[in-house]
Design a protein around this ligand. Structure first.
Ligand SMILES: NC(=O)c1ccc[n+]([C@@H]2O[C@H](COP(=O)([O-])OP(=O)(O)OC[C@H]3O[C@@H](n4cnc5c(N)ncnc54)[C@H](OP(=O)(O)O)[C@@H]3O)[C@@H](O)[C@H]2O)c1
Length: 336
């Protein structure tokens, strides 16, 4: 391992003391991780907060085998040490990374293939808000869903971290974007980000609204984080040959639907979870993002929507904010 700066033996990290509410997130002293072959150690300056962290805190989303038990799926900072077999990165490089866990800490180790340079002009907080959402949206909307220029994307939860990313990227790549959100304010924020139509799902039926907005055709790709009764409704809202990509099931993992609709429209219903995928798979997404999306971040054609920043030691407040559901875009931890 190559060290460029004095790395302490211990660090402050936020641990999940027991499954439960936000207050179970407690600062702890932990050993600084040691990067193995193919890994780098990052001195974290900012860490992104994601809904899966809330699920993990509640005990409903255990870390995959081998991952840190600490929460945190993304971070930004400087490379502090290099494991063996690292050629691209140097000590002191400003980077952001998708982490398999452990982002809520002063140091995190991560496979080099999950690391990207901080987009030009970005602060650490902005950079920490990028990886989890951009990796997820790129894979699910463009690779799995196959969204193409001129097609229509329906994205549910448009004001979420994932939703704000999907709206901007799909719009930047020439899609017509329809989104759903739970308030007038959230719908307005989605329109500002480039959505062509925002549906307040508490007041309007999204199936009818999508049909109306597409001249009866329906959406070519649907990115769904809701599940439950949305499954059957997504089938109705989809176009012939439509692709529905499931990335969460917040309203329920078990659903009843009409498979005749799937057959008649020749729909594809797929889904994925990012965290347990291999380092090779994540490296391939990172490479695609760096070529196709980093230039857009560098000119701020797309950029994370920043909601609020909390100090690392007040991570519980960040989770409270997320669970209140008032946020628009990303919540981030300032690690110092
Ligand atoms: N599969 C993967 O690889 C992967 C990776 C990352 C994230 N995710 C998932 O993606 C989702 C978004 O993550 P995030 O970090 O961006 O979270 P977030 O900012 O907290 O967003 C959650 C969103 O879900 C919407 N929502 C929740 N329940 C709903 C319901 N019953 N009906 C309609 N909308 C509902 C909320 O919309 P309103 O506030 O408008 O109601 C909110 O915008 C989470 O479910 C997360 O677990 C999946």
């Amino acid at each position: 391992m190559a060290n460029g700066q004095k790395i302490p033996a211990n660090m402050t990290a936020i641990a999940i003391s027991q499954p439960g509410g936000p207050k179970v997130l407690k600062p702890e002293t932990r050993d600084v991780p040691v990067p193995g072959p193919g890994e780098v150690l990052i001195r974290v300056h900012a860490a992104g907060v994601n809904r899966p962290d809330v699920q993990q805190r509640k005990g409903a989303y255990p870390p995959p085998p081998g991952a840190s038990d600490l929460p945190g799926l993304e971070a930004a900072g400087e490379i502090a040490a290099l494991g063996d077999e690292i050629s691209r990165w140097r000590i002191g490089d400003r980077v952001c990374a998708l982490t398999p866990g452990g982002g809520y800490a002063e140091y995190v180790k991560v496979h080099a293939g999950s690391v990207l340079p901080i987009p030009a002009g970005f602060t650490y907080s902005e950079a920490a808000a990028v990886p989890e959402n951009y990796f997820t949206v790129w894979h699910n909307v463009f690779e799995r869903g196959g969204l193409k220029k001129g097609e229509t994307l329906l994205v549910h939860g448009g004001s979420s971290g994932i939703g704000t990313t999907a709206i901007q990227l799909a719009s930047a790549f020439g899609a017509y974007v329809i989104t759903t959100a739970g308030s007038k304010e959230k719908c307005e924020a989605c329109l500002k980000l480039g959505a062509d139509r925002a549906i307040n799902y508490r007041e309007e039926d999204f199936v009818a609204a999508v049909k109306e907005a597409t001249g009866g055709k329906g959406a070519d790709v649907i990115l769904d984080m809701v599940g439950g009764d949305y499954v059957a409704r997504n089938y109705e809202a989809a176009a012939v040959e439509g692709r529905i990509v499931q990335i969460a099931v917040q309203a329920g993992a078990v659903a009843s639907t009409n498979f005749a609709t799937l057959m008649v429209k020749r729909l594809t219903h797929t889904g994925s979870t990012l965290r347990p995928r291999t380092v090779e798979f994540k490296a391939a997404i990172a490479a695609a993002l760096e070529t196709q999306v980093w230039p857009l971040l560098g000119t701020r054609k797309v950029a994370p929507v920043m909601d609020m920043i909390f100090p690392l030691t007040e991570a519980w407040r960040a989770h409270e904010r997320m669970e209140e559901g008032e946020h628009i875009g990303k919540i981030v931890l300032d690690v110092g």
